[in-house]
Design a protein around this ligand. Structure first.
Ligand code: ZN
Length: 286
């Protein structure tokens, strides 16, 4: 599953290669890829035709292409294996090509949605006055959003009876932080994942948010991190990069700070990686 930095890399690629181009036609090769569009594949294709794509936008892991002057946007669900590729017309169709969008210009490239497992897809939605597809209007801003409110986030943490990693993955509090970057940020902040958020002081919250932003920006700088080798960014370059990770996926390897072997614990159907020495479990109070 791509995380925020991967999605941002895709967004930047789309901004460069697809923004401000007018759709000549869209071809749905597999109806499952537009199953979220209730009116069906023909309606989906018809609604894109003739419209200009605005600036591709993102909130958290959600990515969409606004269609200018329609009050609508195409939301991309990358799922586990979805890819948005910009390819020359003459490039052979990918084995798992699901949707093809051609443009009314002479640039010679088209947008392709390719998905091996077909968990992902594209769907069309009305946009809110803020410009968000209506189905994601409840998603909180992400930590790289200049309008993210650190103080409101801290107050929400103080009020909630939850633990810090759950809070980082709660899309109604902060969006775009997935399992990998949560573990990385917690390792950097020396916080155990089960730490109750009500115990976090304002400086601790500020420090944690700083680490969340640092790990994401570091991943962005190298083109995103992903553990799914199927993940390819918008111009077909692999976003696979894992060497900079300090905690995630490092079970049994020495902590890069203190040398203690990193541990892995099952956590909400996933795993949490942490250093048992640097990230002490919270004291249990009766
Ligand atoms: Zn350590």
């Amino acid at each position: 599953m791509p995380e925020l930095p991967e999605v941002e890399v895709v967004r930047r690629g789309l901004e460069r290669w697809v923004a401000h181009r007018t759709v000549a036609d869209a071809e749905v090769l597999h109806p499952r890829a537009v199953r979220r569009h209730v009116a069906g594949p023909d309606d989906f294709a018809h609604r894109l035709k003739g419209h200009r794509v605005g600036t591709p936008s993102r909130r958290g892991k959600y990515l969409w292409l606004p269609l200018e002057d329609t009050g609508q946007a195409v939301l991309a669900h990358l799922g586990m294996s979805g890819q948005l590729l910009v390819q020359p017309h003459e490039a052979p169709a990918e084995k798992h090509l699901r949707i093809r969008v051609r443009f009314a210009d002479a640039l010679g490239t088209e947008l392709r949605f390719v998905d091996q497992r077909t968990f992902g897809g594209l769907s069309l939605h009305e946009t809110t006055p803020e410009g968000l597809p209506d189905v994601i209007a409840h998603i909180a801003r992400d930590p790289l959003d200049p309008l993210f409110d650190d103080e409101a986030f801290h107050q929400a943490l103080r009020r909630k009876r939850t633990t810090v990693k759950r809070a980082l993955l709660d899309q109604s509090l902060i969006s775009g932080v997935g399992n990998i970057y949560a573990d990385e940020a917690l390792w950097r902040a020396r916080l155990h994942y089960e730490r109750p958020t009500a115990t976090l002081t304002r400086p601790r919250t500020t420090e944690l948010l700083g680490h969340v932003r640092d790990v994401m920006n570091a991943a962005l700088a190298v083109g995103g991190t992903s553990f799914d080798s199927l993940y390819v960014n918008v111009n077909g370059e692999s976003g696979y990069f894992d060497r900079s990770l300090d905690a995630y996926g490092r079970e049994g390897l020495p902590c890069r700070r203190c040398g203690t072997p990193v541990r892995r614990r099952p956590w909400m159907n996933r795993s949490s990686y942490f250093c048992p020495k640097c990230q002490r479990p919270p004291r249990v109070t009766a």
